[in-house]
Design a protein around this ligand. Sequence first.
Ligand code: AMP
Ligand code: MN
Ligand code: MN
Ligand code: MN
Length: 276
Amino acid sequence: MNIDLHCHSSASDGALSPAALVRRAAERGVDVLALTDHDQLEGLAEARAAARTLPLELIDGVEISVTWRGLTLHVLGLRIDPGNTALAAGLRAVRAGRLERARTMAQALAEAGIHGALEGALRHADNPALVSRTHFARHLVEVGVAADVREVFRKYLVPGKPGYVPHRWAALGDALGWIRAAGGQAVLAHPGRYALSTGAMEGLLVEFCAGGGAGLEVVCGSHAPDQYALYGALATKHGLAASRGSDFHAPGEGAELGTLPQLDARLRPVWRDWEI
Ligand code: AMP
Ligand code: MN
Ligand code: MN
Ligand code: MN
């Protein structure tokens, strides 16, 4: 089975509408797809309606932005109940500061000589409440500031660069609590992306497990193949299930839906007890 448990639609920073995303996944042979937009659930209804006529099972998901020891982490919630009020209220609070942060980012970029970035980013954002660094990056590529989205991030949008604005997202314990309240399983997304020492990663995983975390994303678009083994071993060590997700955002931008290697057969997949 081709199971892809991490991707984005235009409800957050993906380029395709939820319906187009689901159709693309089915065309590429994905059997089970979780839509995991950042900090909101608005794309799920459209995705579900589109999945109804396709040989694809849709999983309701979300990717929550978290601040842990000053670092931004992403926690996926899989099989959440989209109608849960605790989760909805939590996500509303996480989203609240995004537009203000975007204004501050635009000011910072203006000081670096790049003007009009807020208007440009908003033109790329279907949902202004979810305006993200990705929307800024697409605009900056369009106006020729950099060749591609990755280069914009490297030069402007990561800590230490002129357009980076620190932001306080959800507390880890809160995000885990909302996911559990909504009946979902929490998976720590792309652990290889966090600038953590071995000891700090251990500390994070201990805290993640204590808060009710269920899984670790082992095979994902931002991991190099040698990291699959490393994070697979960490999942096993901490009794966490393993997950696989492309983190697809747009055609030609990062990993494609359903194309990554399968999980190592020795790992316990997060979907083991799902009826799929
Ligand atoms: P935000 O939530 O506004 O901070 O934006 C985070 C999003 O930016 C992530 O979900 C990714 O889609 C994207 N992103 C973060 N780092 C990079 C990077 N180095 N290269 C490309 N995209 C990135
Ligand atoms: Mn994203
Ligand atoms: Mn992420
Ligand atoms: Mn993602």
